[in-house]
Design a protein around this ligand. Structure first.
Ligand code: HEC
Length: 126
């Protein structure tokens, strides 16, 4: 096999990979609209363990994290950490959600909604 054919064979998969990564959507930025979408999803899927206010104090079935206090998180509280906890699950009691949602954006809306429960200083710091 000549060197140029070999080079061409190597370039095709590289082009396919870079096209795929361009298509991946950027995470939904923090905005009123995203927080509102996240709030709807949260009320539907998350209150049974984290409670309506995110504090996991009343009427909840498991020992879930108080989501209003980023310092109390067991698995990190950066945007990426929170996304991972939601997508892949966390600890013993937090189920993975990535197969429940059509795309990644719903989970970023959830991240934004949870961050809306924090103070502005906490949001700015993390
Ligand atoms: C079946 C109960 C249950 C449901 C439903 C649930 N969670 Fe959780 N969640 C937990 C528990 C328990 C933890 C603590 C995990 C641990 O011990 O590390 C947790 C942790 C988390 C964390 C990480 C916090 C940390 O401590 O690092 C996030 C973020 C989170 N949940 C978001 C959500 C969202 C968003 C939903 C809805 C899509 C949801 N949870 C639904 C039980 C639940």
């Amino acid at each position: 096999m000549s060197f140029s054919i070999l080079l061409r064979l190597l370039t095709v998969p590289l082009l396919v990979i870079s096209a795929a990564s361009i298509q991946a959507e950027a995470p939904a930025p923090y905005s009123e609209e995203s927080v509102a979408k996240g709030s709807q999803l949260y009320l539907h899927f998350c209150t049974e363990c984290h409670g309506k206010d995110g504090r996991a104090l009343m009427d909840v079935i498991s020992d879930a994290t108080d989501l209003t206090d980023p310092e109390a998180y067991y698995n990190g509280s950066t945007r990426a950490d929170m996304y991972r906890s939601i997508a892949d699950g966390a600890g013993v009691g937090m189920p993975p959600w990535k197969s429940q949602f059509k795309g990644e954006q719903d989970m970023w809306h959830l991240v934004n909604f949870i961050r809306s429960l924090w103070t502005a200083e906490q949001r700015a710091a993390l």
